[in-house]
Write a protein that binds this ligand. Structure first.
Ligand SMILES: Cc1ncc(COP(=O)(O)O)c(C=O)c1O
Length: 370
């Protein structure tokens, strides 16, 4: 089905960068060097500088970024890792693949982000790591979590797949955890033309371990010391991302201005709830979520008006069939479940015009007041 207003569009970003991307494609094809070369090294430096960390390690996708980050910490069977139940399934799968036990936290009903009171109640002697997910591009107050756990030896690993470019208290997401993971899935704030991911850290030892893990477990001198993977961000994607990162702040500012218009136009509409942002947060607005108890009917109503929407996420992680073995049931993680039943994601992307935003808001307003 084609929509008058699609949920997402690459048009503006492709038109901003298209010529440069084509030139890069030609240059790399002619260079005949496609994996682990100078374009990856250059992009890793640019990304590390942008985020404000010492090291960035490009990998094949966001899932691998998480899995390799967690594995570099030496997690083992019996260790526990706390993460929110309201996130994309990759966060949970990455934990499961390390052999550690995932422990699912609830979210704050006002911010829709992982709630540190819930996290605190789940910390045990076996907890080794906590994964704040910067959901929708909205930064979690990582400093708040750090304050609560400062006397414990727990590692924070940010999943900033949805928030590349977001800031809180003057720092970029992806710079707060001991090691952090992001995705360059095409629709993300910084998207590749295919799959891609990256790990950020200030810890040299962890960076070296991740570099080895992404390349089968080889070290720079050709020794094989770890059981690794093949997960390398290729030269093409790295070069494309080097071009796109120059536009990132411009695109994020556009997303912020769209979000601001939504917030103004949707304020006070009965039965509609918008997330609150953490103090001093500058979200990257990968997703713009609203909550409505009449979510399915609202979605259909928007669809009939030619407006495409999405749901993030209709099933919380703990209620997926595959996760039954974790022992959760309906009602186990209540705030998350409420959001899953009510969340609707509105179109947001560079190039979305004021007319379209106003039209979307009018349709929502009319429906909610019925
Ligand atoms: C929160 C979150 N974590 C991890 C991932 C995994 O990234 P990828 O799709 O690049 O594997 C995604 C995106 O899809 C995500 O939204």
């Amino acid at each position: 089905m084609s929509y008058e207003i699609p949920y997402f569009s690459f048009d503006k970003m492709n038109s901003d960068t298209g010529e440069d991307l084509s030139l890069a494609f030609r240059e790399i094809m002619d260079s005949k060097w496609y994996v682990l070369g100078r374009h990856l090294a250059a992009f890793e430096n640019e990304f590390a500088e942008y985020i404000g960390v010492r090291y960035a390690i490009g990998v094949g996708n966001g899932f691998d970024a998480l899995r390799i980050s967690l594995e570099s910490l030496g997690l083992k069977k019996g260790d526990e890792v706390i993460l929110p139940s309201l996130t994309f399934i990759a966060t949970l799968l990455a934990v499961i693949h390390t052999g550690a036990k995932p422990v699912l936290a609830d979210v704050n009903p006002e911010t829709f982000l992982m709630d540190y009171k819930s996290v605190k109640s789940l910390i045990s002697t076996k907890t080794k790591a906590i994964i704040p997910v910067q959901l929708y591009g909205c930064p979690v107050d990582v400093h708040g979590i750090q304050k609560h756990i400062k006397d414990k030896e727990l590692v924070i690993v940010e999943d900033f797949a949805q928030s590349v470019g977001a800031e809180i208290k003057g720092g970029k997401t992806g710079s707060f955890g001991r090691i952090n993971a992001a995705s360059f899935y095409p629709t993300k704030t910084l998207g590749a033309l295919g799959d891609g991911g990256i790990i950020t850290t200030n810890d040299r030892e962890l960076a070296d371990r991740c570099r080895s893990l992404r390349n089968y477990g080889f070290t720079d001198d050709g020794q094989h010391t770890t059981i690794g993977y093949n997960s390398r961000l290729d030269e093409m994607q790295a070069a494309f991302l080097s071009i796109k990162i120059r536009w990132l702040d411009i695109w994020i500012n556009e997303r912020r201005s769209i979000a601001e218009k939504y917030r103004i136009n949707l304020a006070g509409i009965p039965g509609l709830k918008l997330p609150e942002y953490q103090r001093s947060a500058l979200p990257a607005h990968h997703i713009f979520p609203v909550l409505s108890k009449k979510r399915e009917a609202l979605r259909k109503h928007l669809q009939a008006a030619g407006i495409e929407t999405r749901v993030h996420y209709g099933t919380p992680l703990h209620l997926h069939n595959s996760m039954r073995y974790l022992g959760y049931s309906k009602g186990s993680i209540p705030e998350t479940e409420k959001i899953s039943e009510r969340e609707l994601s509105l179109p947001i992307y560079p190039g979305l015009t004021d007319d379209k935003i106003n039209f979307i808001c009018e349709i929502i307003d009319r429906f909610q007041r019925k």
